[in-house]
Design a protein around this ligand. Structure first.
Ligand code: ATP
Ligand code: MG
Length: 303
């Protein structure tokens, strides 16, 4: 295989080879690793899952998957060691590297919050003045403190942050929360939200056109998987006289498919409904005379 280098306008040195595989960084093990691998697999990309090995070339798509710690992904993408990366937006913002946000993925939704001991009274953000706060997000926390004119000591720790107040290491913590159950288990109470986050794809700013082409193909597949998971296929039976009303409730991708039933005066109607509007639509459909409603998951949705 021939290898070489080219320099981009920003002077970044990119290694090239004839195969020109796109390098995708994902988390090796942790909360994002399974869903990142699942997303790529749902896009039809086959690769072995990195147990032991830290890189794996896909067998049926021009990509190589690199398994890394999520903290390192922004830097590697900035440097071009990886071309794109899948990680939490929280980590992208914390690391503040020179990368492009290519796509929001809608999973690993969480927030970065401040929490205090359950038994402490909380008068408002002035609580944090002259306090000590444990966090793995020193940059975002100090930005929040500065913005609010607060002076606090930041104790940077890399994991198990929730334990810090209980063992006397800090007065409060600034950490990722989703359901809040970990906080509760550790005797903590969420009091301020700094930001909300979800998994995203970031990309290097100086990619050659050949890599951009592969990214576009991948993003097209990702969007199809994403819209499939955000929508449901719906089939129902309805009297012909209700069709107009039902069609106005179910706009579908273009317009609903309507097929006659063996029973005179009745038809079957097929369409697509958004997952987040689903229950509301079902109630409206029943009120409009729909019967025998079937709701089926969609595997891919190509627009
Ligand atoms: P690494 O060993 O790769 O550094 P880590 O321990 O720092 O991993 P994880 O706890 O696996 O990181 O979290 C990875 C990302 O998953 C977080 O940055 C965040 O975006 C998301 N995440 C973390 N906790 C939750 C949660 N409770 N719910 C949803 N998403 C979460
Ligand atoms: Mg990490």
């Amino acid at each position: 295989m021939q290898t070489g280098f080219f320099l981009t306008t920003a002077g970044v040195r990119h290694k090239t080879n004839k195969m020109n595989k796109l390098k995708i960084a994902i988390q090796k093990s942790g909360r994002l690793s399974e869903s990142s691998q699942k997303l790529l697999q749902e896009c039809g990309i086959r690769f072995s899952n990195g147990t032991g090995s830290l890189r794996s070339a896909a067998t049926n798509f021009p990509v190589e998957v690199l398994f890394l710690r999520d903290d390192d992904i922004p830097q590697y993408v900035e440097q071009g060691v990886a071309d794109i990366g899948i990680l939490g937006e929280n980590m992208v913002l914390e690391k503040n590297k020179d990368v492009d946000l290519l796509e929001r993925l809608g999973f690993a939704r969480c927030r970065l919050s401040l929490a205090v001991k359950k038994e402490d009274s909380y008068p408002g953000i002035s609580f944090f003045n002259n306090s000590k706060i444990a966090t793995s997000y020193p940059r975002l926390l100090s930005e929040f403190l500065n913005k609010n004119g607060l002076k606090a000591e930041i104790e940077e720790i890399s994991g198990s942050v929730e334990i810090a107040p209980g063992i006397g290491l800090a007065d409060a913590i600034c950490d990722i929360v989703s359901s809040g159950s970990t906080l509760l288990t550790n005797g903590l109470r969420e009091v301020e939200t700094l930001l909300t986050s979800e998994a995203v794809i970031i990309g290097n700013r100086n990619l050659p056109p050949s890599s951009k082409e592969i990214i576009e193909k991948l993003l097209f597949r990702i969007r199809s998987v994403k819209s499939a998971s955000e929508n449901k296929y719906i089939l129902l039976n309805a009297p012909e006289k209700s069709i107009d009303r039902i069609c106005s409730i179910l706009p579908g991708m273009k317009s609903p498919t309507i097929l006659p039933l063996a029973e005179k005066g009745w038809c079957s109607l097929h369409s697509v409904v958004r997952e987040d509007e689903f229950w509301e639509r079902i109630d409206q459909l029943k009120a409009a005379g729909a019967e025998g409603i079937l709701v089926i998951p969609i595997e891919k949705m190509i627009r």
